[in-house]
Write a protein that binds this ligand. Structure first.
Ligand code: GLU
Length: 383
């Protein structure tokens, strides 16, 4: 069994520590150590009103480390065990030869946790820090190292609250840094390539593992141990990356989901209720008893569940609780008013958002006082 460390750095509450390692300071005017981009691409175009990087300069990428297997080290007393979140941000980039030829790097340690312990206690300072970096034109892109278990949730949260269209790329790994054929160094290199690519602009927050680029809305983990665990089941990946180049399969879309300000305080409680043969309404009532302001159904099939559960969800919706039907299936859309009459019940169909991402969207809507079921439905329909 893997032993997990759960150390949230004091910097999360007290402001982040900034460690600039082995590379020039992107905030300074000094030239980077190297000016040869192996990606063969120019630095990203600046947002309007911002200064362009000087010609010949490499893109400036800030790596924000949060922990996970990519920072994991083998456990001496077990053949398979390891501790997630042991290696520092500097350790991670030191393991990637030539990474300083792709971009001028700086690193900050946001936390060092296994992502099973990820929560808005880390998300909020992380998002604020990214917005601060971009607002101050301190970087052309941000890479976040993260555990794979909840990487899709962090990506989705950031996709909704990062104010700039500069690239934000999350990378993880399935094998710890001390494993044979550790995948972390290659994934980190790929993520830096993507973040340094001008083509990544406007794609929203991205997740990069195993040479594949995924969008935050669709990406999901599908296998407990395989390197090829991440898929985008409904839309497919947005691109791939190889040693030489970054390839996007489609241009960035003009339309985005409504963006939200970073919440000032921890987000309201929203529970996920899992459905199965023989389920009763107790989990819904328990959620309400714990003051949940929203409930997301991880339903069977097309977001369906047993009659007592549907009826409890309808009662909750009539009391002003946001009740969303999603599905435990893993792909496909939960269709409004198909198997379940959402108009009658006051429920909302999650469409192609899975339960954990639906939960985050409901939290953000609650923070922004959007609770009317039709407006909530519109928010789920907007991408
Ligand atoms: N459960 C740990 C985490 O999500 C390790 C899994 C991983 O990173 O792949 O951080």
């Amino acid at each position: 069994m893997a032993r997990k460390s759960a150390t949230v750095f004091a910097s999360v509450v007290a402001g982040v520590a900034v460690l600039v390692v082995g590379c020039s300071d992107p905030a300074s005017d000094s030239a980077p150590a190297s000016t040869t981009a192996t990606s063969g691409r120019a630095a990203p175009a600046p947002a309007s009103g911002q200064a362009a990087p000087a010609p010949g300069n490499l893109p400036r990428i800030t790596i924000l480390a949060t922990g996970g297997t990519i920072a994991g080290k083998a456990n001496a007393n077990s053949a398979v065990g390891y501790t997630a979140g042991e290696a520092s941000a500097k350790d991670l980039i030191d393991a990637v030869p030539g990474i300083d030829k792709i971009a001028t790097l700086s690193t900050e340690q946001i936390s060092n946790i296994g992502s099973q312990d990820m929560s808005d206690a880390v998300w909020l300072p992380l998002a604020r820090r990214i917005n601060e970096i971009f607002a101050g034109n301190k970087a052309d892109g941000v890479v976040i190292t993260h555990g794979t278990d909840t990487i899709e949730e962090t990506a989705f949260f950031l996709d909704n609250v990062v104010a700039a269209d500069k690239p934000v790329v999350l990378a993880g790994s399935m094998r710890p840094s001390t494993a044979l054929s550790a995948d972390g160094p290659a994934n980190l290199r790929s993520a830096v390539q993507v973040a340094a690519s001008p083509d990544a602009r406007g794609h929203g927050t991205l997740v990069v593992l195993n040479d594949t680029i995924h969008g935050a809305h669709d990406v999901t983990k599908t296998n407990t141990t395989s390197l090829q665990t991440f898929v985008s089941p409904n839309d497919g990946p947005v691109g791939h990356v190889d040693a030489a180049e970054v390839h996007f399969y489609r241009p960035a879309t003009e339309q985005h989901r409504p963006r939200f300000p970073v919440p000032e305080n921890s987000m309201p409680r929203v529970d996920i209720v899992y459905s199965y043969a023989g389920v009763d309404a107790d989990p819904v009532n328990d959620a309400l008893g714990h003051d949940a302001k929203g409930i997301v159904l991880a339903g069977v099939g097309d977001g369906n569940t047993a009659k007592p559960v549907l009826s409890a969800l309808g009662d909750a919706a009539k009391k002003g609780i946001i009740a969303v039907r999603s599905t435990r299936v893993g792909s496909g859309s939960t269709v409004r008013n198909a198997e379940v009459n959402d108009d009658d019940l006051g429920t909302v169909a999650s469409l192609d958002l899975n339960p954990s991402k639906s939960r985050i969207l409901v939290q953000l809507l609650l923070v922004n006082d959007i609770t009317d079921p039709h407006k909530v439905q519109d928010a789920f329909a907007t991408r």
